[in-house]
Design a protein around this ligand. Sequence first.
Ligand SMILES: [Zn+2]
Ligand SMILES: [Zn+2]
Length: 196
Amino acid sequence: MVKYKHRERAIKVARGEMQDLFYTLYDRTGLDVHEDTFDNDVFTLRPFYWGDCNCGYEDREWDFFEEELPSHTEECFHTRFTVFEKELERKQISPPERDRLLTEWAIKNGYPKGRYGIAFHCDCGRKEVEDKWIAENDHLDICSVVLPNFVYKPDGLEIEWYKYPLRGAKSNKDICFEEMRAIIDHCVRSFKEANE
Ligand SMILES: [Zn+2]
Ligand SMILES: [Zn+2]
């Protein structure tokens, strides 16, 4: 199990025209989308990173989930829920009736929200231990897995994408097309100035 979370980059970037801007940047600088890393005072460009975590986080995550995190106890709501759900499955109960029975069962067993979020409820402490670990652990900022693919230094804009520029892209700032166009223009100019 691998979770690539990077907390501040949570804003989805619209692809479409924004993607064209990035391809313009690659065209005008002659940099290769999949090969080249570039960095100056104005911006940084990095290709998508295909390799493994190199900060140790994923090893620690593996150890935690495989070895340290305790199982739910037998008395835990989650364990009993799993048993009950399997029973309904075995009996091939129809979906509406199944929902009704699950809601009834949840309330009877101390979970007043009923059907909602039932599969994640835990009252043995395991989930708390897990959530705490996740909140306190992450890749280091220098890890290749989480380094942003684009940084615009004047205002600290960071964007990450999946495989290709702007595919599944996320940013730490909400940027509109006009702002992005000005940013890309500035990047191109800074590149040309340095190479003249
Ligand atoms: Zn890492
Ligand atoms: Zn539990």
